[in-house]
Design a protein. Structure first.
Lengths: 83, 437
């Protein structure tokens, strides 16, 4: 049929970017955390598929925030655990 | 004229949003030198106050609006406004080591008690029933797989949204229509068969070919309704289809067949029971009862960037976890606002962040966030105490006593507020040291 859905274009979906390794290590040292402490996103999430990120990479998410105008957030791509 | 001002503006390196506001204001009008200086001075003072983006944007646009109305804010007024805004902002800031979670819980919980327990009356746009109030809030926090009243708001693409007839066409493709809406269905008891005569006018109006219906009806009875004990004959020229039950002796089978034939969905999306077309702020929007995001996105004319549903679980599957987080915030916020209850959006954002932390939408209760805590005592303190303690002892679990709840239980200082601060004293100019001597 006619229209094809592009999930990245939807209003509710914020901007997702794959982060470089150097950026990730800077992020982790800035916050003094380990990579497992980041929020997660599953590898079969439609957005992860759309930006073609592999498990283990970190995504930078630029949200439109209600309070701060624009806010950055990060998620680590992990495999969905088997139930 | 305005180029000169813009050049001066650049030298201040203001944030982008402020910069845009001023350049927009400057364009297409003559501004006096002293007016511009005054405005610029004030804007710099607002910028220096480090307020949230939204607050300073609002302040500046109000300031510029007053200027446009030839009723500029005086210096004293401006001082008063700015001091009070800064003071008010200072009050809303959170201090280090503050327990934000418990504040969020109370801030949502207390207004929750004020919502009447039985808000089962429905209200909403155009005859579509939507659960509101406390039941809806509970639904969101419990992360139910399916809301009790799923509904979608379908926006249309350019070329469809301005035209009532074209909007209606899209609605035919969306709304589930059973076969009996397209023609007459007669039960021929003498010859044990069901005869469907399609009405060409209706089919034309709904933009569906007779051949399409004739092909789809029997296939869908078999696949969707799982009823296979029949055969059929098609007469495409006259738009007639005859269904013959396999068991020629049982009237019960015949009547069963009639039910299936009447109600088989031949046009539209199965999950969407009803569609209402409404005009809102200059464009036609479809409101639906029932929700199926994936199939609706496939329909021609649907705007795939704005269309949304109130089924959060569905959003997380189709648009991802971040979209689900946004949907939780939006749904919870509008549910509370509808009841005339103002809850700061930051509390709701915190709840939504917690729910979406691990890559899927989790409920707040014992099957979600509260039930997956590391600490045994913390889990036991919430609900089903004995089960948790029993399971933990069987599994030989340890509790490292890091969190708040478990330390309250064992009577140790907790890591919140002053309890989380370790003081380090740096001697001033070595005076203390020599004094001790």
């Amino acid at each position: 049929m006619g229209t094809r859905l592009n999930v990245l274009m939807h209003d509710m979906v914020p901007k997702h970017q794959i982060m470089e390794n150097e950026e990730v290590s800077k992020l982790l040292s800035d916050y003094n955390i380990t990579i497992e402490q980041l929020p997660k996103i599953y590898h079969d999430d439609p957005i992860v598929k759309a930006v073609e990120a592999l498990p283990g990479t970190v995504l930078r998410i630029t949200r439109k925030s209600h309070t701060a105008g624009e806010a950055e957030s990060y998620r680590l791509v992990v495999r969905r655990p088997k139930k | 004229m305005s180029e000169k001002y813009i050049e001066r503006l650049e030298s201040f390196s203001l944030p982008e949003t402020i910069h845009d506001l001023i350049t927009e204001w400057l364009s297409g009008k003559e501004v006096e030198e002293d007016v511009f200086t005054r405005i610029l001075d004030r804007i710099c003072r607002i910028n220096d106050a480090h307020l949230p983006v939204k607050t300073h944007d609002q302040l500046i646009s109000l300031l510029l609006k007053k200027e446009d109305q030839d009723n500029p804010v005086t210096d004293e007024q401006f001082d008063e406004i700015l001091t009070r805004v800064i003071k008010e902002y200072g009050l809303t800031r959170i201090e280090p080591c503050e327990a934000v979670g418990i504040i969020a819980a109370q801030s949502i919980g207390e207004p929750g008690t004020q919502m009447t327990m039985r808000t089962f009356h429905y209200a909403g746009v155009a005859e579509i029933n939507v659960t509101l109030g406390l039941p809806r809030l509970i639904e969101i926090m419990d992360a139910r797989k399916e809301p009790s009243t799923p509904t979608m708001t379908i926006y249309l693409e350019d070329g469809f949204r301005e035209d009532r007839d074209r909007a209606r066409e899209v609605s035919w493709d969306v709304e589930a229509s059973p076969l009996h809406e397209f023609g007459d269905i007669v039960t021929d008891m003498e010859n044990m068969r069901v005869i469907v005569t399609l009405n060409k006018a209706v089919c034309d109006k709904r933009r569906i070919k007779i051949s399409e219906i004739l092909e789809r009806a029997p296939a869908k009875i078999r696949e969707r309704r799982h009823y296979r004990d029949f055969e059929f004959e098609v007469n495409e020229a006259e738009g007639i289809i005859r269904f013959i039950p396999k068991d020629q002796l049982s009237y019960q089978n015949l009547f069963q067949l009639v039910e299936h034939v009447r109600n088989v969905i031949v046009q539209g999306i199965d999950d969407i029971q009803r569609v209402v077309v409404r005009k809102e702020s200059g464009e036609y929007i479809l409101y639906t009862e029932g929700s199926n995001l994936k199939d609706v996105f496939e329909v021609e004319g649907v705007d795939t960037t704005r269309t949304r549903t109130n089924n959060i679980n569905e959003i997380s599957h189709i648009l991802g976890i971040e979209a689900a987080r946004n949907a939780i915030i939006h749904e919870a916020n509008s549910t509370l606002r509808e009841q005339g209850i103002g809850v700061d959006v930051r509390h709701i954002m915190l709840v939504a962040d917690m729910m979406c932390m691990d890559g899927e939408v989790k409920q707040i209760g014992r099957h979600g966030i509260a039930g997956e805590k590391e600490s045994v005592l913390s889990r036991a303190a919430f609900e089903v105490t004995v089960n948790h303690l029993l399971d933990a002892s069987i599994a030989h679990e340890h509790d490292v006593l890091c969190g708040v709840t478990e330390n309250v239980i064992v009577g140790q200082p907790i890591q919140l507020g002053t309890g989380d601060v370790r003081l380090v004293v740096r001697p001033m100019n070595n005076i203390t040291r020599t004094g001790e001597n």
